[in-house]
Design a protein around this ligand. Structure first.
Ligand SMILES: [Zn+2]
Length: 319
């Protein structure tokens, strides 16, 4: 099913190969981006954050995607903690993007959602979702961030709006713009929604697009056969680049450090080398310390988060 989708979609894409001889000797990475959500699962401690930020900067990361959840915005003490966190990250030279992680359960993420647990309809036609997202925007802006990372927005509960994400994104990137916040939008590497990329990239308040062509990812997609992993990544890198360049905006591609099978740790090297060969100058990693803080996230058959983190930071350091 997926393979048929891939073949059909890819053959319909009129994206010219964007790699040429000069691109293949691309300069070093201009940006290394990492997601950070340890505060969501571990008792918040600024000392811990300071140690983590040291690790990020020593590994050469330039940007951090800071997850700000429903739980965070419901508590002034957590927002104060995040304000200190953002301040420290910026003092250390990191650019901080806020991610509405699992907010309203219409964005990606493993954090909980009271909104979902309360049985609320997870769709743009629910006025309570509008109230929640505007509250999130105001609360996140108060922490000192200057960019929102809109993470895999998807309308899940409503047949009418199931593919209405572009209208949703237009509405809330405009709301972010009114609060002087830039908007990066990450869309799922979903072959059935490729048409949304150009629409989103051309929205007036969108400054950057991204996608996450994860391959052994077991939750959202059928597994992609191993002999198609690199082709999958190449297609999404070329497509995202062409779309961003046509719209005149920035772009980046995500690499996963979780769910990598034991014995296949070199997958991350292959992923990064493939992106570099396609001229990708900004690579993002999900997530800090291989997502070790998310309870129950790593399976017994997965490579350990610690090993994956060391591996990916070493690989990025030579990129
Ligand atoms: Zn709806």
């Amino acid at each position: 099913m997926l393979l048929k989708q891939m073949e059909g979609s890819v053959s319909e894409l009129a994206v010219k190969p964007s790699v040429n001889e000069s691109d293949s000797v691309a300069p070093g990475l201009t940006r290394r981006i990492v997601s950070y959500f340890d505060h969501e699962f571990i008792q918040p401690s600024l000392n811990k954050v300071e140690r983590d930020v040291d690790e990020m900067t020593e590994a050469g990361f330039t940007n951090v995607v800071l997850c700000i959840t429903e739980k965070d915005i419901a508590s002034q003490s957590r927002l104060d903690f995040l304000t200190d966190t953002v301040g420290h990250m910026k003092d250390c030279g990191l650019e901080v993007w806020a991610d509405p992680w699992s907010v309203g359960s219409v964005f990606g993420g493993e954090a909980g959602s009271s909104f979902k647990d309360d049985g609320e309809k997870r769709c743009m036609c629910n006025p309570k979702l509008d109230t929640l997202i505007r509250h999130w925007l105001d609360a996140s802006a108060s922490t000192g961030i200057d960019t929102v990372f809109w993470d895999e927005p998807e309308m899940k509960d409503c047949r009418k709006h199931r593919s209405g994400e572009v209208k949703f994104i237009e509405k809330y990137t405009a709301a972010a713009g009114k609060r002087a916040l830039k908007s990066v939008v990450c869309l799922c590497a979903d072959y059935s929604k490729m048409h949304q990329f150009a629409q989103v990239a051309n929205l007036p308040d969108v400054t950057e697009i991204a996608t996450d062509p994860y391959f052994p990812y077991p939750f959202r997609y059928p597994k992609i056969p191993e002999d198609m992993h690199l082709e999958h990544i190449e297609k999404w890198a070329d497509f995202t680049r062409a779309t961003a360049e046509q719209a005149g905006i920035d772009w980046h591609i995500w690499v996963q450090t979780f769910g990598i099978p034991n014995g296949r740790e070199s997958m991350v090297d292959e992923h990064i080398d493939t992106l570099r060969a396609r001229g990708v100058g900004s690579i993002a990693v999900w997530g800090f310390h291989g997502c070790e803080s998310v309870p129950g996230f790593a399976k017994e058959t997965d490579a350990s988060p610690d090993i994956m983190w060391r591996r990916i930071t070493n690989t990025l350091a030579r990129s």
